[in-house]
Every structure is written in structure tokens, then in C-alpha cells.
Design a protein around this ligand. Structure first.
Ligand code: SF4
Ligand code: SF4
Length: 397
């Protein structure tokens, strides 16, 4: 296992972190025996960063992680969990959640504590409620060691949040398709230049970049390199090739996947990809863009939409649905991201009033309103109410 240092804390973190959002399951519940075996195996082989959160596995994720770490494992890892920002309505809520999380995780201190899933609006709301004072207080009294935030929003908002508090770290979505999306490469470099540790989530874009079979045009490109690595390995090595990245989270739930990731993390050094390899990955990324349903780059220039439609996320999910065949996942994520449970205000495609503002602003010249109609027909038809109920119950716990 390779380790990278968080400049501000001096911690040497394993470049592979264990993400506990999609643990092994049996009968719709965590398969405790199997998931515990996988997590302890990873720790025994050098993983020292574990990431969980309040809503994972319907609220059962944190207590499970607490049980897994009993018996000597807790001392061997840095433990990360997150404040459910969307459930915070008063300063007292912040302390209430943190105290409950310490109990659930059976620990006296959270090593890396994040504000969960920020964008510009969520940050403004938390800031108005005094979250900076809360984080100062929790660090001073030892309930948390380090403060950070996870992010799914626009790049400019990301930079603003980085500059708004003396964070030790942040967590961003980053992979070879998201160089220009959300925080993107610019955000990664910005945060690293300010000495924040950068934890990367979604290195495989929710598994899409490792999907089997790969789209034929993409598979043909990998073949040029003699299929030396699996698509997942190419994607992970691309992220680790960036010296600004500290830890890459992988939501592991399969023994072979744990083994493969551990092997890659043993020699994925920054700058270790050759120019030819980097250029091949760039060609794969370009190919994905060509075959995607919508040529949206996620730049966000079309925002804000007066009707509050989350345009780039709508198109990202339409692409996931068509290009990667992630039908069920995209339908559920559509409600998670657009339903307003997390952000406090819905951003459904059906809210579009066809005003045309976004069309003039889009550098890709996309006919946004008519593409949004496709989003509505894919995601807002049958089963929407049922998906909304599932998501509400997941995040309300
Ligand atoms: S056309 Fe629709 S999506 Fe575009 S800005 Fe107007 S309301 Fe928003
Ligand atoms: S619709 Fe156009 S402006 Fe909006 S995020 Fe996509 S590419 Fe950028």
C-alpha cells in the first residue's frame, strides 16, 4: 500500500480508502459477516482510511462500522463520517448529530468530519446557522480532529467554500470524465494548492467506467493497449496519477474487487503513467463524450435557471441512463439529486418553463428545453412517486 501525506495534518493516509456506502448486502441488509471480513482484510493489507455517513444503509452504516472497528481496528484507521447537512435546521442540530454519530460509531473522536454533499446553496444555509463556530467548537473539545466537506456543485462555489473556512481536507467527485464537471481538475488543483487533503469519490463514476461490457468503441481503444489493465484499473490509475489527490475512495463489496484495488494501490504513484497512457485515456474520455446522448460538459454556464432546474445533473443522468445502461441507478439518483431532499429545493426537468435563457448561455449550443423533455419522459414517468418515497425514507432517518 502506498501512502500520501495530508499537508495540514501530517497524517499519512493510504491512497485507497474504504467507502462504506455500498457494503455487501444480503436480504436488503448489510451482510455483516462478509462486509466485516472485507473491511478488516483491507485494513490488514494497509488501508487506513474509512469513510461512512449518517444515511448510509438506512442509518445502519455507522453502527456497523463501529462494530467492525472494535477489537483493535479502530486505532489502525482514520475514521471519516459526515454531518447530514440537509437535516440541519438549527445550530443545536449540528451538535445533536455529531454526538449521536460518536455514539453510533462507538468512538470518542471522528478523525475526518465532513459537511455532507455541499453546493453553494447548502453552504450558505449552513454558514448562516453558524457551522464555522460549530466546527471550531467540535475541534476544540476534541469531538472531531479535522474538518472538511464533500462537494457536488459548481466550480466557483467550490472555490468559495474552500476559502470560507480553514479546512484540513475536502472530498470531490473526480474521474477522467469529470475533469470539467463539478470541482473538476481546476478545483482539485485549487484545493491542493491551499494544502487541503483531497479525498476523491466516484473514481469510476458510480461504476460506469468499469461496466461490462464496455461500449464497443471504447473497448476497441483499450484493445490498442493490449487490454493490459481492466477498465477499472485504467480509471483508478488515472486518478492516482495526479499528485494533488490524497485518497481515492472505493465502495468495495466484493472480495475480488478488494484484492484488485489493493494490488493497484501498491504501485500507483503520482506521475507514473506514460504520456502514451495518459493520451489513450484522453481518447477514451473523448470517445465517451462522442457516444453520449447529450454533449453536455457540465460547465454550468446555463445556471442559475429561473425555474431552478438542475440542468447539468439532468443531462449527466440521462447519459448514465443511455450510454452506460445504468437504468435503475440513474432513476434513483435522479430523485436523490433533483428531488430536493438534500438541497431543500427540487430541480426536476419538468420545472422548465421553456424561457430559453439557458440556450443562449450554453457554449455547446444544446437545445436544453427539448433535451429536458427527454429527461422528463425517462425519469418522471412510472415509478417516480415510489422512488421519491424510498429516497425520503433513506434521508429522513
Ligand atoms: S429554458 Fe427551462 S431549463 Fe432553460 S433556463 Fe429556462 S426554465 Fe431553465
Ligand atoms: S447544458 Fe450547456 S451550459 Fe449547461 S452545463 Fe451543459 S454544456 Fe454547460
Amino acid at each position: 500500500m502506498l501512502y500520501r501525506k495530508v499537508t495540514k495534518t501530517g497524517d499519512e493516509l493510504s491512497i485507497l480508502g474504504f467507502g462504506c456506502m455500498r457494503l455487501a448486502q444480503k436480504n436488503d441488509r448489510i451482510d455483516e459477516e462478509r462486509a466485516a471480513r472485507q473491511i478488516r482484510y483491507a485494513i490488514d493489507h494497509g488501508v487506513n482510511y474509512l469513510d461512512t455517513a449518517w444515511p448510509y444503509h438506512g442509518g445502519e452504516g455507522e453502527p456497523f462500522v463501529g462494530r467492525v472497528l472494535a477489537g483493535g481496528y479502530r486505532e489502525r484507521v482514520k475514521l471519516a463520517t459526515k454531518l447530514p447537512a440537509w437535516l440541519v435546521h438549527s445550530p443545536a442540530d449540528m451538535d445533536r448529530f455529531l454526538d449521536a454519530q460518536l455514539k453510533k460509531l462507538a468512538t470518542s473522536q471522528i478523525d475526518y468530519y465532513l459537511l455532507h454533499s455541499l453546493n453553494g446553496t447548502a453552504w450558505d444555509q449552513l454558514a448562516a446557522l453558524g457551522v464555522a463556530e460549530f466546527l471550531d467548537r467540535a475541534q476544540a473539545d476534541g469531538r472531531i480532529a479535522n474538518a472538511g466537506f464533500s462537494f457536488h456543485g459548481l466550480r466557483e462555489d467550490f472555490k468559495g467554500i474552500v476559502d470560507a473556512y480553514p479546512w484540513q481536507f475536502c472530498q470531490i467527485q473526480y474521474n477522467y470524465l469529470d475533469e470539467e464537471n463539478q470541482a473538476g481538475t481546476e478545483g482539485l488543483k485549487f484545493a491542493a494548492a491551499k494544502c487541503l487533503g483531497v479525498i476523491v469519490m466516484e473514481p469510476l463514476r458510480g461504476g460506469a467506467l468499469a461496466a461490462s461490457p464496455q461500449p464497443p468503441a471504447v473497448a476497441a481503444l483499450w484493445q490498442e493497449a493490449g487490454n493490459r489493465w481492466t477498465p477499472a484499473e485504467w480509471a483508478l490509475r488515472w486518478v492516482w496519477n495526479h499528485p494533488e489527490v490524497t485518497v481515492v475512495l472505493s465502495g468495495m463489496n466484493d472480495e475480488a474487487q478488494v484484492e484488485e484495488n489493493l494490488e493497484i494501490a501498491a504501485d500507483a504513484r503520482p506521475g507514473s503513467l506514460t504520456e502514451e497512457e495518459v493520451s489513450l485515456i484522453a481518447r477514451v474520455s473523448k470517445k465517451y463524450c462522442e457516444i453520449m446522448k447529450v454533449g453536455c460538459t457540465g460547465c454550468g454556464y446555463c445556471l442559475p435557471c429561473p425555474a431552478d432546474v438542475n440542468i447539468p445533473e439532468c443531462f449527466a443522468l440521462l447519459n448514465a441512463f443511455h450510454t452506460f445502461g445504468q437504468k435503475q441507478q440513474a432513476g434513483l439518483l435522479y430523485v436523490v439529486r433533483m428531488g430536493g431532499v438534500v438541497t431543500g429545493h427540487p430541480g426536476y426537468a419538468s420545472q422548465c418553463t421553456q424561457c430559453g435563457d439557458c440556450v443562449q448561455k450554453c457554449p455547446q449550443n444544446l437545445d436544453v428545453p427539448s433535451l429536458l423533455e427527454q429527461v422528463v419522459s425517462e425519469f418522471e414517468g412510472a415509478g417516480l412517486k415510489e422512488r421519491e418515497a424510498r429516497v425520503r425514507s433513506f434521508f429522513a432517518k
